[in-house]
Design a protein around this ligand. Structure first.
Ligand SMILES: [Zn+2]
Length: 251
């Protein structure tokens, strides 16, 4: 990958970096890596010719700060959506023109349908979603859960098979506070919002929950087990904490 020194272009961290939620800007005059947090998100300023591994190490070293910022941003968004909700029946919430799945690797175009329509239509070939604008988040959430079931169910089966794990029932719900859980009965729950995340983050959550089948705690044994399947789990775990979900997922 080549980045021209004189361009101040946004670029994504290369090669399946899990840090997809941070906006990266290359600054020709920047002397060192710098993180900035605003009301719209987190931005990483990158000086010219900065090697990838230096960026990754830098982000990992900033984990505590990143966590703080993401919590602050999430709280801000929740506040936003609540205050909008109390003013009018969520009609002021912005209709999403695009939904980004797999950490932005796939984009779905949303087209609003006027009053009187109460059905969402999904054109999988064109990646086009026609959504009633009235109460659109309800339709989008239902669609997301449906899609997540189709993607996450076979994926979890695959990983369980590869690692020799046996779970009982998989439930997929739209949860805001957690990405997944595993009960002592061997039932796994995954959040449908995982579909919005990069595949390696989806896999990390699934391995995490599968490993709870063997260790129902977060002991050193548990993390050892996780690292057998996911050697870079620490990096993925950090990245997961920096994820900011679109507002329509919250309501
Ligand atoms: Zn856990």
């Amino acid at each position: 990958m080549t980045i021209r020194n004189n361009s101040v272009a946004a670029f994504k961290l290369p090669d399946r970096s899990p840090f997809t939620q941070i906006e990266c800007k290359l600054h020709a005059s920047a002397k060192r890596l710098k993180l900035l947090a605003g009301s719209s998100g987190i931005r990483l300023i990158i000086p010219p010719r900065c090697p990838k591994h230096v960026i990754q190490t830098f982000l990992l070293s900033q984990e505590a700060w990143l966590n703080e910022q993401v919590q602050r941003l999430n709280a801000l968004r929740r506040q936003d959506s609540h205050s909008q909700d109390s003013h009018s029946q969520n009609s002021t919430m912005r209709f999403p023109e695009v939904i980004e799945l797999y950490g932005g690797m796939e984009q779905i175009t949303c087209v609003g349908l006027g009053p009187g329509t109460n059905r969402l239509t999904w054109d999988a070939d064109k990646r086009l979603l026609h959504v009633p604008t009235d109460n659109f988040q309800h339709y989008l959430q239902r669609w997301l859960i449906h899609q997540a079931k189709q993607v996450l169910t076979p994926r979890l089966q695959r990983l369980a098979h590869d690692g020799g794990f046996e779970y009982q029932v998989l439930t997929i719900r739209l949860t805001r506070s957690r990405w997944g859980s595993c009960s002592t009965q061997g039932n796994i729950m995954l959040s449908a919002a995982l579909l919005l995340l990069a595949p390696e983050l989806q896999d990390y959550v699934m391995w995490h929950e599968l490993c709870h089948l063997r260790h129902p705690n977060h002991s050193a044994h548990f993390w050892n087990e996780v690292s057998r399947y996911c050697p870079d789990w620490q990096q993925r775990r950090t990245a997961l904490k920096t994820v900011i979900l679109p507002t329509w997922v919250y309501q």
